[in-house]
Design a protein around this ligand. Structure first.
Ligand SMILES: Cc1ncc(COP(=O)(O)O)c(C=O)c1O
Length: 416
């Protein structure tokens, strides 16, 4: 049910629509999510008219630690007292400490880093390094993927909604169905610089590949002297109950990994391209071939290092798994209550998605959940799915609230 905005909010919405475009606002109004955000804390934020919204998305990981986590706020306050962005031509202890903490988490000998501000930039660099290192043009991604909005990242994308207005995309890019090793075997060649995949794709309704997929991808890459890039922008930093989601596929070590979103701890832009010592040799020949004026800022490094300290503890990751299991228990009950509209669910840690019978059920659920004051998001590459990816610090009580809202929303969907 739509509630009429106050005069104050309506004025702000009108001015906002003028400055940032009316179509985005209209979409958010349609989803009952035209929130003019004011206060924010933990798993909640508040609209200017007073309605509270429970976060069931974390903006796919940005708010893994919720809003304004006290440890992060404290670290940032201290940093602001004596630091700034930093001079990117100089070196700094903050950057080094963050890199060393990150290296404690990464698989194999992924020990070398380049920091940037957004996931898209970090993906672009991963692709640039792969091309530079191999002197080959080919990049293979998944049909269902989303790796970002910048030049190389966008060229991996198979969804015409993102690419058609900006075509043609860059040459050298091709796609295969996710999880289909035979398709990859047919596509990969001595022209392939790299393959780029997520360990699971939530943008497509949380697709999980066969258990042995990534071991076989690794084998194919080795056979063809191609690099393996794993995009952990959404899945990394504890989301799936392990620090990196690629750890679910035992023994698989990529050549390059990408992280973003949660690296910011919701407080300061940060993304990382992470690569092996071998791949880092590329920068011996081209040390200044890639540069970003504001990336890897000293304040951002302090914030990101504090975030790692919070998440990289066995008890924190265990709690993520326990909370995921609690959500799954609720999903099981919803499956028995609403078999006509709820087809199945996927859950791995706190990365979860509900798959609906209705091909556009994701849109409807998005709106119904908005009405209940819960912010979730449909999967844009599979509109029959709604993602539930709450902050990792969510309480059991708040999980109960998400499940209650899902109950009401599925009921509405089944009555429509
Ligand atoms: C898997 C994945 N990779 C990369 C990106 C790009 O990150 P950013 O929006 O920070 O540029 C996204 C963004 O949603 C993503 O989901």
């Amino acid at each position: 049910m739509e509630t009429k905005p106050s005069a104050e909010k309506q004025d702000l919405l009108d001015r906002y629509a003028y400055r940032f475009g009316p179509m985005r606002l209209r979409t958010m109004q349609h989803l009952c999510l035209d929130v003019f955000e004011t206060e924010r804390s933990g798993c909640y934020s508040k609209d200017i008219d007073g309605k509270k919204y429970l976060d069931a998305l974390s903006v796919q990981g940005i708010f893994n630690l919720g809003r304004r986590h006290p440890v992060i706020v404290e670290a940032m306050k201290k940093a602001v007292d004596h630091l700034d962005i930093g001079n990117n031509f100089f070196m700094s202890e903050e950057r080094l400490i963050f890199a060393e903490k990150l290296a404690e988490t990464t698989p194999g000998d992924i020990n070398c880093f380049f920091f940037s501000s957004t996931g898209s930039e970090a993906v672009d660099l991963a692709i640039k390094i792969a091309r530079g290192y191999t002197s080959r043009p080919g990049i293979i991604s998944a049909n269902e993927c989303y790796h970002g909005i910048t030049g190389y990242a966008l060229s991996t994308n198979g969804n015409p909604d993102y690419t058609v207005p900006f075509g043609p995309m860059m040459p050298g890019f091709s796609r295969v169905p996710y999880g289909d090793i035979d398709a990859l075997q047919s596509e990969i060649s001595d022209e392939t610089a790299a393959v780029i995949f997520e360990p699971m794709i939530s943008e497509a309704g949380l697709l999980l590949p066969p258990d042995d997929y990534f071991a076989k991808v690794r084998e194919l890459c080795d056979k063809n002297d191609s690099l393996m890039i794993i995009d952990e922008v959404v899945t990394g930093l504890g989301r799936t109950g392990k620090f990196w989601a690629i750890e679910h596929y035992e023994g698989v070590v990529p050549d390059i990994m990408v992280s973003g979103k949660g690296l910011t701890a919701g407080m300061y832009p940060m993304a990382a391209t992470m690569f092996t010592e071998d791949v880092s040799d590329f920068f011996l020949a081209y040390p200044f071939s890639h540069y970003s004026s504001t990336a890897g800022s000293d304040i951002g490094c302090v914030v990101s290092a504090a975030m790692i300290d919070v998440i990289n503890r066995p008890e924190f990751l265990e709690a993520v798994n326990e909370k995921g299991a609690l959500l799954a228990k609720g999903y099981e009950e919803l499956l028995t209550l609403f078999p006509d509209v709820l087809e199945s669910y996927v859950q791995i840690g706190l990365n979860t998605a509900l798959l609906l019978d209705d091909p556009s059920g994701g849109f409807r659920m998005n709106r119904y959940l908005g009405e209940e004051g819960v912010f979730a998001l449909l999967s844009t590459n599979n509109t029959a799915a709604i993602r539930i990816q709450p902050p990792l610090i969510i309480s059991n009580e708040e999980i109960g609230k998400i499940l209650d809202a899902l109950h009401v929303s599925l009921k509405k969907l089944s009555l429509k």
